[in-house]
Design a binder for this molecule. Structure first.
Ligand code: GLC
Length: 727
């Protein structure tokens, strides 16, 4: 039996049993005024002894959007998605689970609606897979909340979702700069060399990451003094060059006597416990570890304060990894494996298929559900809860610990906070990247689709490991992926241990030159990117949107490899090997095409709506500015805020009128929430063959240093008029 409560005009909560308070929802929902119901609108309910399913018969052309970090197409029909957070570095098409849980979907079709399941353990979305017309959502529990969003408008469903779970996270402005990472830069010397190389070559860079090898024996919150003798000095020196250092942090605490984090955690009972009430033991990078019990607020506080060792050094960004939590093995599971090997050994002269089948046991020893069922959390009220029942919250609560304590450690300062694992609500305080992809062309398409799906669930600031994490990358792949990355909010080149290095200079002179231009182009777009990002958070509208969220024609539903980046720009990346161009669908309006390679070279073409093959040589990325919309550029810099921006370039195809609301703020604090931001309202009207330009600056705090705006306005015939305005 369910009960229901209408929360807003468009949002209704259906509650089953007594759900666990996950923290996903920010709205206060008291337990009064619920009405008992036996059905959920037009969804069929199927109840078994220990699970409930919602079933919906889909019309032929219904499209399903959302579900965040999942593999497969943008239209989620035709696959099973199983939300049970897992560290799986093999993102192959058949996989049903990744690192995060985002059970919010929109069905767009004969009926249009959205729904969000707030339940912290396994949830299964079978979307036209088992039966081609049936959407079946199964929750293996009787205690959960289901929110139903009733609206015909996809974007208004998303607004309702944000209304419920909070608005997306806002990073510092420098987080929109380029970032370099590698597992690992093994020493301070190496990190400094990489930084210097960027500056020598004149490739802009804002961030360098230090991966697990900066630690002493992978002990979280320690630094290897031999290889990183002066981490603090490195942070300070690189800061002088405009480069911020971000360390990785893992939740597994090495079991080692005398190690402070271990000793404190043990003494205070801060670790998750096993069936015998002893700290649970699992192996990750450091070997045997204990897991902090992040579901407990005291533990979160303790953990969050540990970041002080870095904030004291001037660090302003953190990378929380392995927080599904990833388990390589447990002593118990390893014993089982050894038993199996002993059996095989006994039988070794005859073992055939047994050896073949035994391989699975090696793979399954990691991140095994049985292990997740064998430990417990102690909640604030003292209740013990089995980890499996709240599994999907671990990374969220881990990162909440960081985010909450940052308010104390770095008051009123924005930090770049990344988490690998996530749950709804995390998007308010941090963001995620797409985990361990591979240097495969196929994973560029995964990146493009996931970017759109993650934006729908509130992770606006996201991106993939550019160039691919696992496997070796070719120069061409890295070039094309950098072009895509330049148009994703989180733009970081990262690669795994024992793979081909991927920094721009690791290939050949020509590729280096192209990559340098791409990064410079990214910086030229920063005024637009930042302004659009901030406006999209304000408006609760995804920063990256599929074309089908903007245009109505039937064709756009099939377009998954082009996307809107802000309101004015459509990006159509080349993501296939050896391709010198691609097909592009241009919906509804005219488009100003810029096959961009350099900020300084703007050769534009105007296209009528339609389908085209657009040529794009290796150094070119096909960009399209929407008719009667504008983009705003500035001269590239070596890092964000290196220099004051005194000049802007405003570019667009104006056939009637274009209005642009340019936004800027200090980029570092939350003062914008107190009204400390600047706006330039630009209005361009096409009149009697000329352009009438009106510019209004609103800058009460004197944040802007812009003196001149250069207008580059195109006409339908492709001719350009250049004008400037002193402001
Ligand atoms: C995990 C992370 C990856 C990182 C590696 C080593 O695989 O996803 O980004 O480089 O661990 O820390």
């Amino acid at each position: 039996m369910l009960k229901k409560k209408k929360l807003t005009e468009k949002t209704t909560l259906f509650r089953s049993g007594t759900p666990f308070k996950t923290g996903a929802v920010i709205k206060d929902i008291d337990s009064n005024d619920f009405e008992l119901v036996s059905n959920v609108l037009f969804l069929r309910l199927e109840e078994k002894s220990n699970e409930i399913s919602f079933i919906y018969e889909m019309a032929k052309d219904d499209v399903v959007y959302g579900l965040g970090e999942t593999l497969g197409a943008l239209n989620k029909r035709g696959k099973i998605y199983r939300f049970y957070n897992t560290d799986d570095p093999e993102h192959t098409p058949e996989k049903q689970s990744l690192y995060g849980t985002h059970p919010f979907m929109i069905l767009d079709g004969e009926k249009t609606f959205g729904l969000f399941i707030d339940y912290p353990s396994e949830i299964i979305f079978d979307i036209s897979f088992t039966h081609k017309d049936i959407l079946k959502i199964t929750i293996p529990s009787k205690d959960f909340d289901m929110y139903f969003f009733d609206s015909d408008e996809k974007l208004s469903i998303i607004k309702e979702y944000f209304n419920l779970t909070g608005k997306p996270y806002i990073p510092p402005k420098w987080a929109f700069g380029f970032q370099q990472s590698k597992w690992s830069y093994f020493s301070e010397r190496e990190v400094r060399e990489v930084a210097n190389k960027y500056r020598e070559l004149g490739i802009p860079l804002d961030v360098i990451y230090t991966d697990i090898d900066y630690m002493d024996s992978y002990k979280v919150f320690t630094i290897n003094k031999e290889t990183f003798p002066n981490y603090e000095g490195m942070v300070k020196d690189l800061k002088e060059k405009g480069i911020k250092v971000i360390p990785i942090l893992d939740p597994g605490v090495k079991i080692e006597e005398g190690y402070e984090v271990f000793e404190e955690g043990k003494k205070n009972g801060y670790f998750c416990t096993d069936e015998d009430a002893n700290p649970f033991v699992a192996a990750v990078w450091p070997g045997l570890t204990h897991f902090p019990d992040f579901l407990n607020s005291k533990v979160r506080k303790w953990w969050g304060q540990k970041y002080k060792v870095f904030t004291d050094m001037g660090v302003k960004g953190f990378w929380n990894d392995m927080n599904e939590p990833s388990i390589f093995y447990t002593p118990k599971s390893l014993d089982k494996l050894f038993d199996l090997l002993k059996d095989l050994e006994k039988n070794k002269d005859e073992a055939g298929i047994e050896v073949f089948l035994a391989k699975e046991n090696f793979v399954n020893i990691s991140n095994n559900r049985e292990d997740y069922r064998s430990f417990y959390h102690k909640l604030d009220d003292g209740t013990l809860i089995n980890h499996d029942l709240v599994h999907n919250l671990y990374g969220f609560k881990n990162t909440q610990a960081t985010a909450e304590e940052m308010k104390e450690l770095l008051p009123n300062q924005r930090v770049l906070l990344l988490s690998r694992s996530s749950y709804p609500g995390l998007h308010r305080m941090a963001s995620i990247w797409m985990g361990d992809n591979k240097s495969w062309w196929e994973h560029m398409l995964v990146n493009i689709r996931m970017l759109q799906s993650l934006n729908m669930v509130g992770f606006f600031y996201t991106g993939a490991d550019i160039g691919g994490f696992g496997a070796d990358a070719s120069a061409e792949l890295v070039v094309r992926w950098m072009q895509l990355g330049a148009f994703t909010p989180f733009f970081r080149n990262h690669t795994a241990l024992n793979t081909r290095p991927q920094e721009p200079w690791q290939f050949d002179e020509e590729s280096l030159k192209i990559m340098k231009d791409i990064v410079r182009l990214r910086y030229a777009f920063l005024p637009y990117t930042y302004s659009e990002y901030m406006n999209s958070v304000k408006e609760s509208t995804p920063f990256v949107k599929p074309l089908s969220f903007v245009f109505d024609d039937e064709r756009v539903k099939d377009i998954e490899d082009q996307y809107m980046y802000g309101e004015s720009l459509m990006v159509a990346p080349v993501y296939e090997q050896n391709k010198k161009g691609r097909f592009v669908h241009l919906p509804d309006v005219k488009w100003l095409n810029w096959n961009a390679s350099k900020f300084e070279e703007r050769n534009m073409n105007v296209y009528e709506p339609g389908d085209y093959y657009i040529k794009a040589d290796l150094e070119q990325i096909p960009l399209f500015i929407k008719e009667n919309n504008l983009i705003v550029l500035s001269e590239p810099m070596n890092y964000v805020d290196e220099k004051e921006i005194t000049e802007l370039w405003v570019v667009g195809l104006v056939t009637d009128q274009a209005i642009y609301n340019y936004y800027d703020d200090d980029g570092e604090t939350y003062n914008f929430a107190k009204g400390e931001f600047a706006q330039i309202k630009i209005n361009v009207v096409k009149e009697n063959g000329d352009f009438k330009i009106d510019v209004k600056k609103e800058d009460p705090k004197n944040l802007l240093k812009i003196k001149k705006i250069n207008f580059e306005l195109y006409d339908s015939d492709g001719s350009a008029v250049r004008k400037d305005k002193i402001i």
